[in-house]
Design a protein around this ligand. Structure first.
Ligand SMILES: Nc1nc2c(ncn2[C@@H]2O[C@H](COP(=O)(O)OP(=O)(O)OP(=O)(O)O)[C@@H](O)[C@H]2O)c(=O)[nH]1
Ligand SMILES: [Mg+2]
Length: 450
């Protein structure tokens, strides 16, 4: 356990008015501050009604106190929670008083950081605290909760355990060179690496969907003027946010709306219709539209069903590069009298809809999920971050290299080196191996009082 010298304090509830406002303290000075503020040390782990006193013995407020002596506390240190009335002035007075008694204001995420540094949580769990609080859908909250309960950590730990066992086997060969050939030609080692890679692939797949749940995808609606892009934005977001007129070139700016499909957050962007124009304002809009298209995760390329995909759209597609992130949306089926729904046998994923009537919209949503690679069943998913995926990817690369070296009968040190890389990459996820900067970056993105 690390011993911090200073005692930190922060408001744990959001600023503003509320029934209850909570101030939290953690650190070695907590006891003394409790005595100064309450006139005595409350008994541990019990909710007690107490008066909060200022320097001259005057009552600032009264409320519940909870005292958790370390190490059986969230941070591992002595922790005190003061539940006062939730007015900003009261909370400020209370904070002022505990600072006067020797605490200092906590930095964002500092409580969680101490919990991590004192071994109360691993890094995955500490991040999950922020993710539980910030989750944008019930599915995301459930996945973050699973990570907080340690399910993601357990998975990583079990992968690490297996890598360690492999390393022991391989490194034994380094210590007994005469047996090296035997150990390394043992088919069981290759088999173990393969099994491990498979388990890793499953973890990557759940983590990838977990990341989608957390961060969502940017979906850009692009196409010629007047095809119905803004109508679709309004329809999907169930808001009248974009201006719709029959005049081509209505939209000039990028318009954004975030929606959810079965818990998957989609950041929709409506754009100016793609065309060459002499209008200065519109031309800028078209430039912005192109930029949005380039950075999109998914592009809804919209056409009028009666006109179909023409030369202009082909040019746009050529510029976009690969088709896997494009969905062609053939709009206005109410006018073309074609059937709404998925177009079978098309080269690119294609859906016929009517943005005005809403026909085909459910099919379009299903196609969005499919293109995003979003598993419908979010059970067993962990809310993951980019850094987790990157580390898992590095683990996987290291394992494949180890496997390759093994097959090529490379020196055993090389195999061992790659296995060590795999081990380290996994350890970065849980925080076993981390740098100061990484921790700083992670915890500083938390809000105050967490
Ligand atoms: N009949 C029919 N009309 C539609 C449909 N979708 C859009 N429209 C009409 O088409 C016209 C253009 O719609 P918008 O949504 O403004 O088209 P846009 O692609 O955003 O156009 P720009 O912003 O000019 O690029 C409007 O008059 C809409 O009411 C549809 O599915 N069926
Ligand atoms: Mg528009």
């Amino acid at each position: 356990m690390l011993l911090f010298e200073d005692t930190i304090a922060a408001q744990a509830t959001p600023p503003g008015r509320g029934g209850v406002g909570i101030v939290r303290l953690s650190g070695p000075g907590t006891k003394a501050i409790a005595i100064g503020l309450l006139g005595g040390l409350p008994s541990p782990r019990r909710a007690l009604l107490r008066r909060f006193l200022d320097g001259s013995g005057e009552v600032i407020d009264s409320g519940l106190v909870l005292y958790f002596p370390g190490p059986r506390s969230f941070t591992g240190e002595d922790v005190l929670e003061l539940h006062a009335h939730g007015g900003q002035i009261i909370i400020d007075l209370l904070l002022e008083r505990v600072l006067q008694l020797g605490a200092r204001t906590a930095r964002p995420g500092e409580f969680s950081q101490r919990a991590f540094l004192n071994g109360k949580l691993d890094l995955l769990q500490a991040e999950a605290i922020a993710d539980v609080i910030d989750s944008a859908s019930a599915q995301a909250a459930r996945s973050a909760q699973r990570t907080l309960q340690g399910q993601f950590s357990n998975r990583i730990q079990s992968l690490m355990k297996q890598v360690t066992e492999l390393r022991v086997q391989v490194e034994a060969a380094m210590d007994f060179p005469e047996e090296e050939i035997d150990v390394l030609s043992d088919a069981r080692i290759a088999k173990r690496i393969d099994d491990l890679s498979q388990l890793l692939a499953q973890t990557v797949s759940s983590a990838r969907t977990g990341r989608l749940l957390r961060e969502g995808l940017t979906v850009v609606i692009a196409g010629r003027t007047n095809v119905g892009k803004s109508t679709l934005l309004n329809r999907l977001s169930e808001r009248d946010s974009a201006i719709v007129t029959s005049i081509p070139g209505t939209t000039r700016d990028l318009l954004r709306e975030t929606i959810q499909i079965d818990g998957l957050p989609l950041h929709l962007v409506d754009t100016a219709g793609l065309r060459t124009t002499s209008d200065v304002v519109e031309r800028q809009g078209v430039e912005r539209a192109w930029k949005a298209v380039e950075s999109a995760d998914i592009i809804l390329l919209m056409v009028d069903d009666r006109a179909g995909v023409g030369a202009q759209e082909q040019a746009a597609l050529a510029q976009v590069g690969h088709g896997s992130r494009v969905i062609v949306v053939r709009n206005k089926v109410d006018l073309s009298s074609a059937l709404a729904g998925l177009v079978e046998g098309a080269e690119l994923a294609t859906v016929r809809i009517s943005a005005s009537t809403g026909a085909g919209l459910e099919v379009l949503k299903a196609q969005l999920k499919a293109t995003a690679g979003y598993q419908h069943n979010t059970e067993g998913l962990f809310l993951a971050r980019r850094r987790h995926l990157e580390a898992l990817q590095r683990t996987s690369t290291a394992l494949s290299s180890a496997r390759r070296q093994l097959c090529a009968h490379a020196p055993v040190e090389l195999v061992a080196e790659h296995l060590w890389d795999a081990h380290r990459a996994l350890g970065e996820i849980t925080g076993e191996f981390t740098s100061e900067e990484l921790l700083e970056r992670i915890f500083s993105s938390f809000c105050i009082g967490k």
